[in-house]
Write a protein that binds this ligand. Structure first.
Ligand code: SF4
Length: 426
């Protein structure tokens, strides 16, 4: 007698419709904010590629409440912020669900960022937007569920340029803003370059990296600043969204400047390179298919070759120093953590802190979502070791989540700044 075992009913996650070539013609893609300068340029990349693309404005408390309504509150703060922002936009009535698609960033690996797209699909379905396609956006976008967008080499190159120029504008403006003699002149210069770069990206003219990097550096080099004044430099490292998104970190850059510091934020391209080199690094300890390892090393080499052009321009500048390379960052992390730490910001977080300290930025704010395990390992987890290696290090960690009070965050920053100013005046 045969026994039939009934399989339990498995509840499948909601599948959102695919974003097709036809959708590209009619649907506006809504994308949550992450890094305002970079994403303003990214918008032009998508528009140049024939997409209707809109970056959502600043996140507010209502968006976070909306996120909490549709995403389990066990889930990471960045997921609550971005899902909340998208659902809030859809519910606003400003977007027709039949003519809208939602984009969400996703990194693949051991942590919950792998599931961000799934969270959004479930949230959109629960909020009544079953028919709105969800597009995951990752470093590996060319291989993702983006058939309708049809990412090609030209688009990838423009994306790279958007991040490269975004990093450059962010670094130069943070270096100059605290010393401006005409208030608002630095942000005005950033805005004028964003407008010009968007126009160039939207146009189809080919251009080389140095065509714009050189005039950008020149403009910031000749900007009138109070050269007499100096301030303690304060680095910001941590989880990518909280690090770059002013709405998610309660305007941390402005706060540090207001407290008398000069902010240093590492490049977003370092994060891309960290993701790209993951196969190459894993290959050192476990089996990775030959071509995956090769693709990883070759991709990083190509990007660094282009960044070298910017480094050479920065070397000639009188105010700015060139950024480090991914190889240098790997070397800095290796004595402290394994470079196989690839969940969250992984080994990159440790490397960025070491790099900042060695570049005379001993004051560091490490921002992380509450309960973000990977960043607690390679961020908070390495602080004891960093403090014993670098006695000058003045590091504070700040947790961000929907329930954390701004007062606590403010107190920690004030304490860090008090120590930074005292050490600086010695
Ligand atoms: S890095 Fe941290 S915050 Fe980001 S998805 Fe992973 S666990 Fe969550």
């Amino acid at each position: 007698m045969s026994t039939l075992i009934e399989s339990p009913t498995i509840k499948r996650p909601h599948r959102s419709p695919e974003f097709t070539v036809q959708d590209k013609e009619i649907r506006t893609i809504l994308c949550p904010q992450m890094a305002p300068i970079h994403f303003a340029l990214m918008q032009a990349v998508f528009e140049n590629h024939g997409c209707r693309f809109e970056i959502l404005p600043e996140v507010d408390r209502d968006a976070i409440e909306e996120g909490l309504r549709y995403v389990n509150n066990d889930v990471c703060y960045p997921a609550i912020v971005v899902v909340g922002q998208l659902i809030q936009a859809m519910k606003s009535g400003n977007y027709d669900p039949d003519r809208t698609a939602l984009m969400i960033s996703q990194t693949c690996g051991g942590c919950r960022s792998t599931n961000y797209a799934a969270f959004l699909k479930i949230a959109a379905a629960k909020a009544g937007f079953h028919n709105v396609p969800v597009i995951p956006f990752s470093v590996d976008i060319a291989n993702g569920n983006t058939k309708g967008i049809n990412v090609n080499f030209k688009m990838l190159k423009k994306m790279f340029l958007a991040f490269l120029y975004g990093d450059l504008l962010l670094t130069l403006s943070n270096r100059c803003r605290p010393y401006e003699t005409v208030q608002g002149s630095v942000n005005a210069l950033v805005e004028s370059w964003i407008t010009r770069l968007r126009r160039e990206i939207l146009g189809n003219k080919k251009h080389r990296v140095a065509d714009f990097a050189a005039p950008i550096v020149h403009d910031f080099d000749v900007l009138e600043l109070n050269e007499e004044q100096t301030r303690p430099r304060v680095g910001i490292v941590g989880e990518i969204l909280v690090k770059y998104h002013p709405g998610a970190n309660n305007h941390l850059v402005a706060l540090i400047e207001q407290e008398g510091g000069e902010v240093v934020v590492p490049n977003t391209l370092d994060f891309m390179l960290y993701c790209l080199t993951s196969d190459e690094q894993r290959k050192r300890y476990s089996h990775v298919p030959f071509f995956a390892g090769l693709k990883s090393s070759a991709g990083a080499w190509l990007i660094e070759r282009q960044r070298n052009k910017v480094r050479n321009i920065l070397k000639k500048s009188r105010r700015f120093a060139p950024m480090g390379t991914i190889r240098h960052l790997i070397r800095l992390a290796e004595p402290i953590v394994s470079t196989c730490n690839h969940t969250g910001e992984g080994w990159l977080l440790t490397a960025e802190m070491v790099e900042l300290i060695e570049e005379h930025v001993p004051n560091i704010v490490c921002v992380q979502p509450f309960g973000c395990l990977p960043n607690h390992v390679t961020g908070k987890g390495v602080l004891k070791e960093l403090r014993s290696r670098y006695t000058q290090a003045n590091i504070t960690t700040i947790d961000y989540d929907p329930g954390s009070t701004e007062v606590n965050q403010l107190n920690r920053i004030k304490l860090l700044m008090a120590v930074a100013l005292r050490n600086f005046s010695k």
